[in-house]
Design a protein. Structure first.
Length: 156
């Protein structure tokens, strides 16, 4: 795995770098009082799609971060398949988003925090494309804390 070095900062893995970008998207959702989940799509080292939860603003239960990022990436690519692309998302995708990833034919899904209640992994991992490689737990604590903090503030 190649590591990225930014001047005097220690080198970080590409997965950490891009997950930090997804975290930035999650923070945009948080600022809009949405559940703070963010996603980006990367192709050949370039971010081609970004998204964060918009379910409240759009009054649309399907407006998940992943759906926003995947749609933006497909529009950027000018086609419906994202075979050479990686989806980075701060929370394990739900069944709907994992199913959508099947149709986009993603090469890889990288997520931060595991979702033991609604994540697709607890249902059936075969809903993703057979060639999709899945990596979980990247910057898991940072990603999970955003969601925990959001719901904790709602319970006060």
């Amino acid at each position: 795995m190649r590591y990225i070095n930014f001047g005097d900062e220690p080198a970080i893995s590409p997965d950490d770098f891009f997950m930090n970008e997804a975290i930035r998207e999650a923070k945009l959702a948080l600022a809009e009082d949405e559940i703070p989940i963010g996603a980006i799509v990367v192709c050949k080292g370039k971010i081609i799609g970004r998204g964060h939860n918009l379910t409240e603003r759009l009054n649309d239960v399907s407006a998940h971060a992943e759906m926003q990022a995947l749609t933006a990436a497909a529009n950027f690519m000018g086609g419906k398949y994202l075979q050479d692309c990686t989806l980075y998302v701060t929370m394990e995708p739900c069944v709907m988003c994992a199913g959508a990833s099947y149709w986009f034919q993603l090469s890889r899904i990288v997520f931060g925090a595991y979702d033991t209640k609604l994540g697709f992994g607890r249902i059936n991992q075969k809903i993703t494309h057979p060639k999709t490689v899945i990596t979980g737990g990247i910057l898991e604590n940072e990603c999970a804390e955003l969601v925990r903090g959001f719901f904790k503030s709602k319970r006060k």
